[in-house]
Design a protein around this ligand. Sequence first.
Ligand code: MN
Length: 198
Amino acid sequence: MFALSQFPLPYTTDALAPYISQETLETHHGKHVATYIDNLNKLIENTPYEEISLDEIIVQSAGRPSEKKIFDNAAQIYNHNFFFQGMCPKCETQMPVEIIAAFGSEEDFKKQFKSAASSLFGSGYTWLVRDGDRLKIINTANADTPMVYNMKPLLNLDVWEHAYYLDYKNRRADFIDSFLDNLVNWEFVAQNLAQSQQ
Ligand code: MN
């Protein structure tokens, strides 16, 4: 029996400014994510889900209408932890050569990722994933997550409005540019790439 606790941010809440403000990070991590954790702990209390890991909760509840609330809250915790780990302040990390090779150039990767993130209607995430032997950019709706489709996540961008509205209002394209040009932790992506090949 366990209760999930809040995962810590890998940086301070003011570290990603001016691209993501302290107010946004405090609200996003401290309120939105905290609520998903609180909800999940209440939902799984005294159920078999209490005995298994977050990843197992996601896989086992996926596609079951009666367990949709459990899936949504569990997947949101996973998706957010992945998103926050995928950024760093003043990283100066380099896009891995495997990604450049798969998409043609650094600019082509950014163009395709931005196009996917801009076109996502409503709430969701844009991901770079490994699907078998291919690297792909995909969108998922709401809390959905690539794990369910047997794809290995390498990078994600939260494009729910709560991720950018305080800083960018309706200018989602500017938020996507800030993320791609200034925030991505390519070292984290490279580690995920290495693990995804095993
Ligand atoms: Mn979010």
